[in-house]
Design a protein around this ligand. Structure first.
Ligand code: KIV
Length: 281
């Protein structure tokens, strides 16, 4: 099976084919979303919030990202796997950005990295692109700057802010980014950016006119915490299903209803069976 590449994603924009991206953080989830046919998997630093239990993405380390990216790459056979550069692994300059992005590719196995910010990170984007490291930009609500924004709020509402985001998107393209994520901005602004760029835009809370969409897996499956932003559509309620399954298991253990004979082994059976661990048919 041929893996999807960055050029494939760029061609999808030219052919007006929507790009499907989703996050994943481990081997089984990567396998499932890959089999479901997504084009790209983002090992997002949302890892910190939906898997590691932090309040924000800020405590996530490069070693966390490498560890989870390795698992995702082992699980995904077809989709392009991109990994987030965590807080302060690139804002500090191009040398740090190169060294740290290099580790995500060499040790993690990612095919691309994503970093947050506009004009201020363009020197880093240029350095990575020139070193052959594909870069995804990220504009609008950039969660690593949560303490500057003062909360998870819609960005680009005022004309000046909208103009800045558009200029940042153009600057990222100029610097060599092959794609840009637009998070939590008005849909008309996202549409303007999408038509102004020749690289694809991937929206999350940015309306339907982007070249593709991304969602956080745990949010769309209903496994994440209590806060659900308006832009998240829940396609399943797995949190509830998991809770119910484990409650039932607990009840069955307490009432000696599990395990049953079909989950157990007798000495006679083991003596006569070449593979006693296999399920009974
Ligand atoms: O960390 C993440 O999951 C992200 C997506 C929300 C785009 O950056």
């Amino acid at each position: 099976m041929q893996r999807i590449t960055t050029t494939h994603l760029m061609k999808m924009k030219k052919k007006a084919e929507k790009i499907v991206m989703i996050t994943a953080y481990d081997y089984p989830a990567a396998g499932l979303v890959d089999e479901a046919g997504v084009d790209a998997i983002l090992v997002g630093d949302s890892l910190g919030m939906v898997v590691l239990g932090y309040e924000t993405t800020i405590p996530v380390t490069l070693d966390d990202m490498i560890h989870h990216t390795q698992a995702v790459v082992r699980g995904a056979k077809r989709a392009l796997v991109a990994a987030d550069m965590p807080f302060l692994t690139y804002q500090t300059g191009s040398a740090d950005a190169l060294r740290n992005a290099g580790r995500l590719l060499q040790e993690g196995g990612a095919a691309a990295v994503k970093l947050e910010g506009g004009t201020e990170v363009c020197p880093q984007v240029r350095a990575l692109a020139e070193a052959g490291i594909p870069v995804i930009g990220h504009l609008g609500l950039t969660p690593q700057s949560i303490h500057v924004f003062g909360g998870y709020k819609l960005q680009g509402r005022e004309p000046d802010a909208a103009r800045r985001i558009l200029a940042d998107a153009k600057a990222l393209e100029q610097a060599g980014a092959f794609c840009v994520v637009l998070e939590c901005i008005p849909e008309d602004l996202a549409a303007r950016i999408t038509t102004s760029l020749s690289i694809p835009t991937i929206g999350i809370g940015a309306g339907v006119h982007c070249d593709g969409q991304v969602l956080v897996l745990h949010d769309m499956l209903g496994i994440a915490g209590k806060i659900r932003p308006r832009f998240v559509k829940q396609y399943a309620h797995l949190g509830e299903a998991i809770r119910k399954a484990v409650e039932q298991y607990g009840e069955e253990v307490r009432q000696s209803k599990f395990p049953m004979p079909e989950h157990s082994f007798t000495s006679e059976e083991i003596a006569g069976s070449p593979s006693p661990l296999a399920n009974k048919t």
